[in-house]
Design a protein around this ligand. Structure first.
Ligand code: NAD
Length: 250
C-alpha cells in the first residue's frame, strides 16, 4: 500500500543522481507523495523532479541562505497549500585531518550540514505547527557516533553530531505540536559525496569494518526515510536510526 498517498514532501540536496536524496524522492513518489527537490543547481533539480513524474517540482535553493530558503518554502506552501514532510539531506564532506581544517573548511562543512538543517527546519516549522502535523527527517552519519573513521574529517563528525543534538532538541520542543523529528545515521553508502577522493585503500579499510560486508545503497537509506516520514513511525520522535550494515553495534 502507498504510505504517503496525497502527501507533500520537500527534500534538500536531492538532485544528485546516485544520491540518498534522489533515492528517497523516488521512493516517496512511489508511495504517493508529491515531492519538491531543492538543490544548488536549478536545471539539475528540475531534471531530477522530471525523472519522478510531471507533478514533482525542482527548485534552486542554497540551504545556507536563510532568505532564499524561506522564499522557496513560502512558494511551495502557496502552490501546494501544505508541506507534510521535510528531509534535510543536503550535505558535503571533506576527508581532512584535524590540523588541516582551515577556517573555510569549517565554515563550508558546518554551514551546509548544520546551519542548512536549522534554516530549512525553521522555514517549515511555523506551518507544521499551525497544522499540528509534520515530520522532519535529518541526515546525520555514523561519523557523528563513532568519531569519523569513514570518509569525512573531524569537522564533518562535529557537524553531524550537531545535527543529532538539533534533531533531539527540535523533537522535544515540537512534540506537543505533533511534529516528529528524527535522524538517520547512514554508514558508508556508495554515492558521489566522496567527489572522486575515495582511494581503493580507503574503500578496503571501510569494508573491513562492515559486518554485513558490503557498502550500503541509497535505497537502504530511502527505506528508513520512508519509515520515519510515514505513520509507520507514529510514536517515534527524537530517535537516531542506524543504517550501517552493523558498523556500529554497541
Ligand atoms: P551527494 O553528494 O550525492 O548529494 C548531496 C547533494 O547536496 C548534492 O546534490 C549537492 O548539490 C547538494 N548540496 C550541497 N550543498 C548544498 C547547499 N548549500 N544547498 C543545497 N544543496 C546542496 O551526497 P549523498 O551521499 O547523497 O549524501 C546525502 C546526505 O547523507 C548528506 O547529508 C550526507 O552527509 C549524508 N550521509 C551520506 C553518507 C554516504 O556514505 N554517502 C553517509 C552518511 C551520511
Amino acid at each position: 500500500t502507498a504510505l504517503l498517498q496525497g502527501q507533500f514532501a520537500v527534500i534538500t540536496g536531492a538532485a544528485s543522481k546516485r544520491g540518498l536524496g534522489k533515492a528517497t524522492a523516488r521512493l516517496f513518489a512511489d508511495h504517493g507523495a508529491t515531492v519538491a527537490i531543492l538543490d544548488l543547481d536549478e536545471a539539475a533539480a528540475k531534471q531530477a523532479a522530471a525523472d519522478l513524474g510531471p507533478q514533482h517540482l525542482g527548485m534552486a535553493c542554497n540551504v545556507t541562505d536563510l532568505q532564499g530558503v524561506q522564499q522557496v518554502i513560502d512558494r511551495l506552501i502557496e502552490e501546494w497549500g501544505r508541506i507534510d514532510i521535510l528531509v534535510n539531506n543536503a550535505g558535503i564532506t571533506q576527508p581532512l585531518k584535524i590540523m588541516d581544517i582551515a577556517p573555510q573548511n569549517y565554515d563550508a562543512v558546518l554551514d551546509v550540514n548544520l546551519r542548512g538543517t536549522l534554516y530549512c527546519s525553521q522555514a517549515v516549522i511555523p506551518h507544521m505547527r499551525a497544522r499540528k502535523q509534520g515530520r522532519i527527517v535529518n541526515l546525520s552519519s555514523v561519523s557523528a557516533q563513532r568519531g569519523g573513521g569513514i570518509f569525512g574529517g573531524p569537522h564533518y563528525s562535529a557537524a553531524k553530531a550537531g545535527v543529532l543534538g538539533l534533531t533531539k532538541a527540535m523533537a522535544r520542543e515540537l512534540a506537543p505540536d505533533n511534529v516528529r523529528v528524527n535522524a538517520i545515521c547512514p554508514g558508508f553508502i556508495a554515492t558521489d559525496i566522496t567527489g572522486g577522493l575515495l582511494t581503493p585503500e580507503m574503500l578496503d579499510s571501510i569494508k573491513a569494518g562492515i559486518p554485513m560486508g558490503r557498502p550500503g545503497t541509497a535505497e537502504d537509506v530511502a527505506g528508513c526515510a520512508l519509515f520515519l516520514a510515514s505513520d509507520l513511525s507514529a510514536y517515534v520522535t527524537g530517535s537516531e536510526v542506524d543504517v550501517n550494515g552493523g558498523s556500529l553495534i554497541h
